[in-house]
Design a protein around this ligand. Structure first.
Ligand SMILES: Cc1cc2nc3c(=O)[nH]c(=O)nc-3n(C[C@H](O)[C@H](O)[C@H](O)COP(=O)(O)O)c2cc1C
Length: 204
């Protein structure tokens, strides 16, 4: 509200009128210019850090968990995106800083169908070096099979051999996967959020 000079203030009518006009002008300028009121300009926000979440899934379980992962990470301020392993060329991973893989195992210790092409390219001698990539794997399986979680184990070993660094150790989930998956997701979220070391972002 614009202040006015009280009628009993020791000014003549002309002086009071001039002062009231001056105050009205001053306050109208302050209303349109927040800087004159002492408000700081908003800090520019840093762009969200991208996290690639890849899934290998035959019947949808790993895909569902990948979508949950993306949702949690995006809520935490990251720019996460889920894709099937076969939708990605391993050559593109060299530029991927943060990589999470959730994969089941099928057949007798084999990749699910939507991870086979990716695996063939990653296992090839021409696969790129991945020193700039930090990763973690959540493997789904069933311990009644002799090659328990073999697809996740093979991806984990191969990524390490190509020079990628682990953000968090692989977990191997049996048919009751909910709790170990949640623990993995929480640990991975924390590791990504660490302000120093491997972490990517300090969360508020
Ligand atoms: C036909 C078949 C073969 C499987 N082979 C294996 C296996 O060799 N090793 C393993 O650990 N799990 C195996 N599993 C278990 C799956 O990996 C597990 O059920 C997983 O949670 C399925 O995830 P998805 O729906 O994302 O494919 C197999 C399951 C089926 C139906």
């Amino acid at each position: 509200m614009t202040p006015t000079i009280p009628d009993n203030a020791p000014f003549s009518r002309e002086q009071r009128s001039w002062l009231n006009g001056f105050l009205a002008g001053l306050y109208s300028v302050q209303e349109v210019n927040p800087a004159t009121l002492g408000f700081a300009a908003p800090e520019p926000t840093a762009p969200a850090i991208p996290v690639t979440v890849l899934f290998g899934s035959q019947t949808g379980t790993a895909e569902g968990l990948a979508k949950k992962t993306v949702k949690q990470l995006n809520t935490n301020g990251f720019a996460a995106e889920a894709k099937a392993l076969d939708a990605v060329d391993p050559a593109d991973l060299a530029a991927t800083a943060y990589l999470l893989i959730i994969t089941s195992t099928y057949g007798d210790g084999e990749m699910p169908d939507n991870a086979q092409l990716f695996w063939d390219a990653l296992a090839d001698d021409g696969a790129p070096r991945l020193e700039q990539t930090t990763f973690s794997i959540c493997a789904l399986g069933d311990s009644s099979y002799p090659d328990f979680c073999q697809a996740g184990k093979a991806l984990d070993t191969r990524l390490e051999a190509l020079g990628a660094q682990r953000l968090h150790p692989r977990i191997d989930c049996d048919i009751d996967f909910e709790d170990p998956f949640s623990e993995w997701l929480d640990s991975v979220s924390e590791a990504l959020a660490e302000p120093s070391g491997d972490g990517a972002l300090a969360l508020a």
